[in-house]
Design a protein around this ligand. Structure first.
Ligand code: VG1
Ligand code: CO
Length: 544
């Protein structure tokens, strides 16, 4: 066995986006594409001979192949220790849990998250730092800079390692441990939630559950935690076997892609709680009998009730939400007298606030919620939170949400995505809005008067780092708001996201259809950006 040094030349497009480097499988199959980026990460991390790295992925097509390459490259770069999930599997939250628990220096997670998988779809690489969270921009900029000047990479010449069995191995100077992907994570969950109470209510069928793992990474986590440890009826976890192509589905837990679950939750056979998670297990969809809980509402309900849950009984230090997430959370924070921070889209911006103890709960409108227990969003955690809450309150999801609205008011909310646009058109729309920002305040659109128009720029309250151009916010005089931004996770063309919200304090108006309530604002959004006219698309590709 020896170390081979391979000469290579740079690719120009290895700039990580909202959540790691996400490209098509075909991009990753180009000669040395994967190796270049992995070596760029290693080159940025300095001396690796005293570093421990965690490695795993969501099991999608290319996962196995990439893991073997990364193992050999890690050994050739003299990484001291590698911790790998058995079979190459680790959900994103489980990887974050392992990094923190074993004081690793970082981790490489192979996933394109909620993007579809398979030879014709997407793959991705994320790097997480020692706090267990996504690498902040300082890191990803360094990876990118390295990728622009890379001239060689190092790889061990050896056979593939057996990662299907738990055990310890050695490759060169690198110690490798293959660990159970679920155990440590499940243990952490048992410390945060009242497993005994949930178990009792699941056993007596006071609570029933349907969890859709969407043929993605959370299948084994769901089976072990919900069915084995908590005794949910066998079959409570559906689509539980992870597949390289997610069974041909799109592992994005929303009303469009988790169709079967949605149908079930609006049928007569609906269980108490319906839930789903995405490709890499960091997102969550929460439903009750005849109700879909928007992620923004779910976050607000969690914040309002966290003190009832064992892991949070001391109360919350503060909370945070990504800028486009509805302001339902702010109302809860206000009533509790705690801080509510507004960050750019992407989990990496919560890391400093969590590390500094300024917040203990945070979330995004894109089906992501989590707390200070790790530094990633966490799908199974959010579902356990709701299970625990239902078990304590002995109320249905619908009752909990309706009561919440009565107390705090309802923030009607929706996101309209226009996917696969021409990149140039996406840029033109944002540029067009940007150039009109100064002239918009005071203008009237339909029955709405624009109060302010601005671009969101963030200054991290902990380290002072800044992130500019994080979305365009149009606020109206009745408190309604439109946000426009381009996605940073797509792999083809551009995706325009339009976020629409309107506050309704009157309980008599809490049971209306969100799309109807928001219709005027949706019209205003079209007048402002003219996406439908310019793209020739009569409607968004996805509405959540
Ligand atoms: C999207 C979401 C964002 C989320 C990101 C990663 O980013 O809007 O809130 O953090 O995906 O989620 P964008 O730039 O496409 O809007 V995951 O579960 O795909 O890693
Ligand atoms: Co994800």
């Amino acid at each position: 066995m020896s170390i081979r040094i391979v000469h290579t030349s740079p690719y120009t497009d290895q700039k990580p986006g909202t959540s790691g480097l996400r490209k098509t499988v075909r991009d990753f199959q180009q000669e040395n594409y994967l190796e270049n980026f992995v070596q760029s990460i290693f080159n940025s991390l300095g001396d690796l001979s005293d570093q421990t790295l965690v490695l795993g992925g969501d099991g999608r097509f290319l996962n196995q192949h990439a893991i073997q390459i990364i193992i050999k490259m890690a050994a050739a770069n003299r990484v001291r220790r590698l911790m790998i999930g058995q079979g190459g599997i680790l959900s994103t939250p489980a990887a974050s849990c392992l990094i923190r628990k074993y004081h690793a220096d970082g981790g490489i997670i192979l996933s394109a998250s909620h993007n579809p998988g398979g030879p014709d779809h997407d793959f991705g690489i994320k790097y997480n730092i020692a706090n267990g969270g996504p690498a902040p921009e300082g890191y990803t900029e360094r990876f990118y800079a390295q990728s622009r000047k890379i001239s060689e990479y190092r790889i061990f010449e050896s056979r593939d390692l057996d990662i299907d069995h738990i055990g310890r191995y050695r490759l060169g100077e690198t110690m490798i441990s293959v660990v159970d992907p679920v155990d440590d994570y499940a243990r952490l969950m048992s410390f945060l939630f009242d497993f005994d109470l949930i178990r009792k209510q699941l056993a007596s069928e006071t609570i029933t559950l349907c969890f859709d793992a969407m043929h993605a990474v959370t299948g084994p986590y769901g089976r072990k935690i919900f069915e084995v440890q908590l005794g949910a009826l066998p079959g409570s976890v559906i689509n539980a076997v992870p597949r390289e192509d997610f069974g041909g589905g799109h592992p994005d837990p929303n009303l469009v892609h988790a169709k079967a679950l949605c149908r079930k939750m609006f049928s007569t056979e609906s269980p108490t709680l319906g839930a789903a998670s995405d490709g890499d297990g960091d997102r969550n969809l929460i439903m009750g009998k005849h109700i879909f809980v928007t992620p923004s509402d779910s976050l607000a309900v969690m914040a309002a009730n966290a003190h009832l849950i064992p892991g949070y009984k001391e109360g919350l230090a503060g909370v945070a939400r990504s800028m486009p997430t509805s302001r339902a959370l702010d109302r809860v924070a206000d009533s509790f007298g705690i801080d509510c921070f507004e960050t750019p889209t992407g989990w990496k911006y919560f890391g400093n606030l969590l590390d500094a103890g300024k917040i203990s709960l945070c979330g995004e409108e894109s089906f992501g919620t989590s707390s200070n227990h790790i530094r990633e969003k966490d799908g199974i955690w959010a579902i356990l939170f709701w299970l625990n809450l239902i078990a304590i309150k002995q109320e249905s999801v619908l009752q909990i949400v309706h009561k919440h609205w009565r107390q705090f008011g309802r923030d009607y909310y929706s996101r309209h995505d226009y996917e696969g646009l021409d990149r140039e058109l996406g840029d033109r729309i944002i540029e067009g809005l940007r150039s009109r920002l100064p002239e918009l305040p005071g203008k009237k659109i339909a029955s709405y008067a624009i109060q302010s128009a601005e671009e969101f720029c963030y200054r991290d309250p902990v380290d002072g780092s800044t992130a500019d151009n994080q979305g365009i916010i149009i606020s109206f005089d009745d408190g309604s708001r439109l946000v426009f931004r381009l996605s940073g996770t797509g792999t083809a063309g551009a995706t325009l996201r339009i976020y629409i919200e309107k506050f309704e304090p009157d309980p008599a108006k809490h049971d209306l259809d969100p799309q109807s309530v928001l219709a005027d604002l949706i019209g205003a959004a079209e007048q402002l950006c003219r996406i439908r006219t310019l793209s020739g698309r009569p409607a968004p590709s996805v509405i959540t």
